[in-house]
Every structure is written in C-alpha cells, then in structure tokens.
Design a protein around this ligand. Structure first.
Ligand code: PMT
Length: 408
C-alpha cells in the first residue's frame, strides 16, 4: 500500500501547452493507487483529448458544468467535497484570474469556488504573462485565500522564449501534493541529516569509500520535509535528485562532513540530528599529490590509515538536553548486541540498527529492516519495509521524543 492508495485526487487542467505534463501526473498517481478524476476546462480539452484522459485515469472525464454524469447530481459540489486534494496543472493566467475573482463559469472554476480542502496550483505561462502585475496580484490573492502554489520554474518555454513561467515538473508537483496532505507535525523544527558515503583520497585517482547510495538519508530528509521541518542535508557523493526544499551541503571527506554537520548543529540551532551517512572510519594518513606508481618488484603494498573523527559522538556530546540525536548502526552479525554497545559508546539518544548482510537490508536497497533502540532500554523492531516507511516511523519516533523534551 502506498501513500496514495485510495486517495481521490481531482486534476484540473487549464488550456496551456503544459497540459501534456498533467498526463504524466495522472499516470503516476494511478500507478500509486490513487483515484484520479480529470476536470479539464474547455480550453484544456483543446490540448489533451477526453479519450487520452479517460484512458489514463481509468474513469470518466468531468468537463461540463451543465451536463452532470448522473441526472440530478451536482458534479462541482460533489467533486469539491469528496476530493482529498485538487491539483490544478497547468494553472494558466486566465484560469487564475477567474479563480481570483471568484468566477464559476465552467465546471473547474465552479468546483474550485465550492472547494474548502487543500488545493495546489502549478502555474504555467509565458514569462511576460507571469510577471505582469495582474497575474502577480491574482496569485498573491489566491495564496491569501489558501491556495498552495508550486513553481513556475525558469527555463525554455514552448513559445521559444526563456524565463520564469515553465510549469514545475510532475515529480515536483507530486512531492508538493504529498506535503499538502501530510500533517505538519514538525513545523517550526529544524533537522540535520547526514547521508551517503564519504570518500577518502589516496592520490588524485584513487579513494577509499563504501556502498552507501544515500537512499536512506534521502528518504529521511523527505519524510522530515513532508512533516514540515526545515532540513539541512549534509551528504557525500550520491546520484540522487535533491529533495525539494532541503538545504544541501555537499561534502566529500569525513572531515568535511564533520565540519558541515557541526556548523549546522551549533549555528543553526537544530532540534534533531539523524546521521544515516556511512562515514569512513579511517582515511589515508597521507594523500599523495601524484598518482602512486605500481612497483613491479613489490607484490604487496601497505597503506597507513588514520582514524577519522566520530561525528555522531561529537554531536551527542554537544547536544543541549532538548536536542535529539539519532545514529544508524550498520552491523554484520550480532546486530542488536553491537548496536546497544554502540549507543552507549557514542552517547546518542536513539540508534537505528540495520544488519546490512540481511536480504533487502542496508546499502543500495529500496527496503530496510531496522530495530530502533533508545537510551533507557526502549526498543522497537520493524519488519522489512520500504526505506520511505522506515523514514516515516523514525520521524514519528523523534517527533514523540522532541515533544517530551521541548514542546513547540
Ligand atoms: O545509503 P544507503 O545505500 O541507503 O544505505 C543505508 C545505510 C546502510 C548506509 C544506513 O542504513 C546505515 O546503516 N548508516 C550508517 C552507516 C555507518 O557508518 O554505520 P556505523 O555503524 O559505522 O556508524 C554508526 C553511526 O556513527 C552512524 O550514524 C554514522 O553516521 C556515525 N559515524 C560513523 C563513523 C564516523 N567517523 N563518524 C560518524 O558519525
């Protein structure tokens, strides 16, 4: 079951070329288990056909105010009340002008006037139209009325011009939609999260590292952002798209990660830290300025390594009593026993223990198996779950602990 399973989402489609991107939004929502109801304006239907919308949504398209699907039924009132979320993509200049003045001359605007729940608009138009004072006035008024707005972005436009006016990409719209539906239990909180591997260079061409992909940290950052927190994400080299809204602090080495994490922890008064990063415990004692040459007569080569600072132990030592510090433990046998010992040694409040040799667990996988333990002996074991679900549980546990220590 995904977050979207069973949720009813109305997709309002205005008359703009970006309407083609709304098809991707419908496809993705349906794939994730949502019930999608397309409501195009008459102009929207000139850009995408009813048949395409019907096929992708797997149900009827509602387009006519005066022609309800069932005799006697008020489509605009029913849809406005039943939908968990209304997404308007694209929200054209004309559509937003009509919404701002409370017009209700087609099914979509009538529905929006009757709507009281969360509604998200993704504006799309020519940059001159977007920057026009009338459009800016309308958007400001709609925001005041409670409309959530994502984008527009800057870039090349279908009209051949370039500037601010491109509709946000479907992935960004879906992430904003998800946040609109997530209770903001962490509003006003700031989280420090570390993710990914570190790299310790031997010479200009070689380095020591590990298998961390950054996924566990990314999902943790997304879960915190969805719950309304501000997130400082200190991360090693990863190949993942930035979580929208996170303050990214890219680093390479363990020492750089320590400096970035300590600065965020102290200067930015974080409420909690979750350290999912796989930090190299050792680095080469000396980085060679030139490539180390192969010595043909030497069958072995010996490296001298120096211990890296322990970021988790340092943050824990500097925590002020209200702040919550949660580490991760990557274990390969006797996971619980070693994890309990690690929690005491590093002095953190919580430790998420994962046995990285278990199937579906640890590095690079989409799933994880975690036992969360606390200082007072509290423990909770979770089954194999998508990393997204592990992150959500973790965020809930930290929220509960923060609430006990320092209510907002
Ligand atoms: O990134 P993925 O591919 O999604 O994989 C996820 C993961 C396996 C990396 C993640 O679930 C995980 O287990 N992260 C911790 C990895 C690790 O370094 O474990 P550790 O037991 O060596 O370290 C314990 C804790 O101390 C960790 O929170 C680590 O960030 C921290 N640490 C370790 C060494 C060091 N020098 N400084 C630290 O702060």
């Amino acid at each position: 079951m995904s977050f979207w399973t069973g949720k009813q989402i109305v997709i309002g489609i205005g008359g703009g070329i970006a309407a083609y991107k709304s098809l991707e939004i419908i496809r993705r929502l349906r794939e994730a288990g949502a019930l999608v109801v397309p409501v195009p304006t008459p102009a929207g239907l000139r850009f995408v056909t009813e048949l395409t919308l019907q096929s992708l949504a797997g149900g009827p398209v509602h387009g006519e105010l005066m022609q309800p699907r069932q005799p006697g039924e008020m489509d605009h009132i029913r849809l406005a009340r039943e939908a968990d979320l209304v997404i308007i993509a694209p929200a054209t200049a004309d559509l937003m002008a009509r919404m701002a003045s409370g017009q209700a001359d087609d099914l979509l605007t009538a529905l929006l006037l009757a709507r009281r729940g969360p509604t998200l608009a993704a504006p799309a138009m020519n940059p001159a139209m977007w920057s026009h004072p009338a459009t800016q006035r309308n958007v400001a008024r709609l925001r005041e009325d409670g409309l959530l707005v994502i984008g527009p972005e800057s870039g090349a436009m279908a009209c051949g011009e370039s500037g601010e006016g491109r509709m946000a990409e479907p992935a960004a719209i879906l992430e904003a939609a998800r946040r609109a539906l997530t209770p903001p239990i962490l509003a006003g909180r700031r989280f420090l999260i570390t993710a990914g591997p570190t790299r310790e260079e031997l010479d200009p061409v070689r380095f020591l590292t590990n298998h961390s992909s950054g996924k566990m940290g990314w999902e943790t950052a997304l879960a915190a952002l969805r719950a309304g927190a501000e997130v400082d994400l200190v991360h090693g080299p990863v190949a993942l798209p930035p979580p929208p809204g996170a303050r990214l602090l890219p680093v390479t080495t363990a020492e750089e990660m320590r400096a970035a994490a300590l600065e965020a922890w102290q200067q930015r008064e974080c409420d909690a830290a979750i350290l999912t990063a796989a930090v190299a415990d050792y680095r080469p004692a000396q980085r060679q300025p030139d490539k180390i040459k192969k010595e043909h007569e030497e069958p072995e080569m010996h490296l001298t390594l120096t211990q890296n600072p322990d970021i988790l132990a340092e943050l824990s030592a500097r925590a002020n009593g209200n702040q919550v510090v949660c580490g991760f433990a990557a274990e390969t046998g006797n996971a619980l026993e070693r994890g309990r010992e690690k929690l005491v040694r590093k002095g953190c409040d919580l430790l998420a223990i994962n046995d990285v040799t278990a199937p579906g667990c640890g590095f690079g996988s989409e799933t994880n198996i975690v036992t969360l333990i606390g200082r007072d002996g509290w423990e909770e074991s979770w089954p194999l779950l998508p990393k997204e679900a592990v992150a959500e549980r973790l965020i809930r546990a930290i929220h509960a602990l923060l609430g006990q220590r320092h209510p907002t």
